[in-house]
Design a protein around this ligand. Structure first.
Ligand SMILES: Cc1cc2nc3c(=O)[nH]c(=O)nc-3n(C[C@H](O)[C@H](O)[C@H](O)COP(=O)(O)OP(=O)(O)OC[C@H]3O[C@@H](n4cnc5c(N)ncnc54)[C@H](O)[C@@H]3O)c2cc1C
Length: 428
């Protein structure tokens, strides 16, 4: 069974009371010794370098594995100085500094040629590690947080099922207690990065007699347990970012249970809250394209003087600014560490922005978007247009975010519920 690798807690020369300016100056010096500078995105040099605007990786398993390894080695290089975990306590290998230090590092890192992003690494570091911090025992935090934030081990989300997506609380994968173990049977689906993960955050039905939100329990399971099978799903954008995961009498030790028995819904909501929180981004290039790349494309196609295109470019720029300011506000509201329902606003603005970007480049490029003319920076946008709709569904669809905002931010009446009795009696 997979064990988490031990990484010694490094000692840093970065004092805990360092000012943001001094911290940023040191970080920039360090980054310059490690990476080449990126041309500023607003001034993308047309025709030069890589033009990746894909939302999902469209790669074979081996190519994606190699990309992930490159990225992991960058995170591990940052881990030597604690830059991988600026706001995490030193006991977990972080620097114990504030969000403003972290944001300053993120801004600087984006100025350099980092090896890109990978969803599974972001999920492990920014969704699952913080959830363990909220619900884990002291021993579990020590066991999982350091390797998860440094990329020494990856962890996927095992939440959705063929008949439980938006209605996640209706899930039916069963966990039946047997002494110090649980026996798990059922199926998960859309598990992003399960094929690359050593661990999975599993939410399972442990008490079918309880009402649906109360009868679930969470676990951080090793993905190589006997009886667990991972099958990648091919996607229309190419590649296989996500998988089906089957459980056949999988025996799970109780010491990997996260939170109390019956607390699975709280654990799941906490992870989803972090998923919807876009107030802090992963460093490196933004996946799925940037405003700078859209502008560069419009310039290269000679359409920036077109009044309709100008008007839409201006709307898109305003959208990116509003999104960034809303995220700053959500970050301030979430100072306590756990994002509230306001994070749904940030997620909606993010997916709305990606939709606008898809529409914008479709108008700018026309046929060049769908026929590969070989012209640099054109056909590549197809990977954005095919991938962007996925994030309107992932982590709770746009409609579900609107429900959350209506009910929990605006205080509107709740949706009528027909399934308030024991889960086992709910018709399905
Ligand atoms: C790119 C991507 C990555 C993902 N990664 C993961 C992962 O790593 N782990 C994981 O567990 N899951 C993952 N998912 C699954 C994702 O969480 C679900 O797809 C999502 O919750 C929607 O569930 P569903 O697909 O079953 O759609 P359904 O719940 O069947 O919804 C179908 C439609 O009905 C609408 N709808 C449903 N209920 C309501 C309602 N009450 N009010 C208004 N409209 C409603 C929805 O908005 C949607 O348009 C991923 C999905 C995508 C697209």
């Amino acid at each position: 069974m997979t064990q988490t690798p031990a990484r010694p807690v490094p000692k840093y020369d970065i004092p805990g009371d360092i000012s943001v300016d001094d911290f940023a100056a040191q970080a920039e010096e360090w980054l310059a010794t490690k990476l080449d500078r990126r041309p500023p995105s607003a001034e993308q040099v047309w025709g030069e370098g890589e033009f990746d605007v894909s939302v999902f990786h469209a790669m074979t398993f081996d190519v994606e594995r190699a990309h992930l390894d490159k990225l992991l080695s960058w995170v591990q290089s940052k881990a030597e100085r604690g830059y991988h975990a600026i706001t995490w306590p030193r006991a977990f290998g972080g620097l114990g500094l504030g969000r403003s230090h972290s944001r300053a590092f993120g801004r600087l890192e984006r100025q350099f040629m980092t090896p890109g992003v990978h969803e599974t690494l972001a999920v492990t570091r920014t969704l699952i590690a913080p959830t363990i911090d909220v619900f884990g025992t002291e021993e579990q935090k020590e066991r999982w947080i350091p390797p998860f934030i440094s990329g020494d081990a990856l962890c996927c989300q095992l939440f959705s099922e063929p008949s439980a997506g938006s209605d996640l609380a209706g899930l039916g994968t069963k966990a039946v207690r047997d002494g110090d173990e649980w026996v798990v049977n059922g199926q998960k689906v859309w598990s992003s990065g399960a094929q690359f993960s050593q661990f999975g955050e599993l939410i399972a039905r442990s008490d079918p007699d309880a009402v649906k939100h109360k009868g679930m329990t969470a676990f951080i399971i090793p993905m190589d347990l006997p009886g667990l099978e991972v099958r990648p799903i091919p996607q229309m954008s190419g590649g296989s970012s996500f998988c089906e995961v089957f459980f056949n009498d999988v025996r799970v030790p109780d010491d990997v249970r996260l939170g109390d028995e019956g607390d699975g819904w709280k654990v799941a909501l906490t992870t989803l809250g972090f998923e919807r929180d876009h107030s802090e981004g992963e460093g490196g290039s933004a996946s799925g394209g940037t405003w700078g790349k859209v502008l560069a494309t419009a310039n290269a196609m000679g359409v920036v003087e077109d009044p309709v295109i100008r008007d839409r470019l201006a709307s898109m720029y305003i959208q990116t600014r509003v999104e960034s300011l809303t995220n700053r506000r959500a970050a301030d509201l979430a100072k306590s560490g756990t994002p509230g329902p306001e994070s749904s606003l940030g997620k909606l603005l993010w997916t709305e922005g990606m939709y606008q970007m898809s529409e914008m480049v479709s108008s700018i490029l026309g046929a060049k978007l769908i026929a590969d003319s070989g012209e640099w920076g054109t056909f590549e946008w197809g990977a954005h247009v095919l991938g962007a709709p996925g994030y309107r569904i992932a982590g709770g669809s746009d409609e579900i975010q609107r429900n959350i905002i209506g009910e929990r931010v605006l205080g509107l009446p709740r949706e009528p519920k027909a399934d308030t009795g024991p889960w086992k009696d709910v018709p399905r």
